[in-house]
Design a binder for this molecule. Sequence first.
Ligand code: MG
Length: 205
Amino acid sequence: MPISLPIDIEQVKGFLAKDEADALYHYALKQSVKGPVLEIGSYCGKSAIYLGSACKETNSTLYALDHHRGSEEHQLGEEYHDDDLYDHQIGLFDSFKEFRKNIRAADLEQTVIPLVTSSAVAAKNWTTPLAMVFIDGGHSMEAAQTDYQCWAKHIISGGILAIHDLFPNPDEGGQAPITIYRQALASELFEEIEVVNTLGLLRRK
Ligand code: MG
C-alpha cells in the first residue's frame, strides 16, 4: 500500500532510500500499537516523518533523539557537510531548526517528541518500554556502541530493533552499524527478521 505523507518528502534532506523508508513505516505501524517508538539520529526529520506518520495513525508517540550538532561526517570540511545547516554565528552545525520546520510541515507536532541531547544523556533516567527502536546515529564505533547499549535494553519482547547503514562489504561503508547488528544477534536476545537494502530489522525475543 503506498504511503501518503502530508509533505513533499523529496524536499526533506536526509539519507534514506525509498524501500528503507517504506519498511520503517510499515514496521512502525504494526509496532506502535504496543508502545512508543524511538529513533536515534533524526537529522532533518526524514525518517521521523515516516515513523511519526505511522505513530500518528495508531495514536502513539515517536521520540526523535538527536543532539542536532551533526555526526562526524557533517562537520565543517567533512564529506557530508551541508552549509545550509551550519550556524556561522556560533560556529556549530545545527539541524534542529530544519527538523522542527519539517515536523511542523508534516503536521506531526502532536506525535513526535524531539529529544535534543546526546544518546547517553537521554538514556540516563529512561524507563519507558519501547515497541521499536531505530538506530541511525553517529557512525563511529563509540557512538554506535553507546546507542546500542543505551537503548536496546528498553525494547519490549516482540519489539523491533532497526539499524541503518549495514554494509557487509567494508569498501562500501563504515562497519560500526553492522558491528552492533551482529552483536545484537550474538547476544541471542534478538532474531533476524529481514534486511531491506541497508536497513536491518531484528525482533526482541
Ligand atoms: Mg543512516
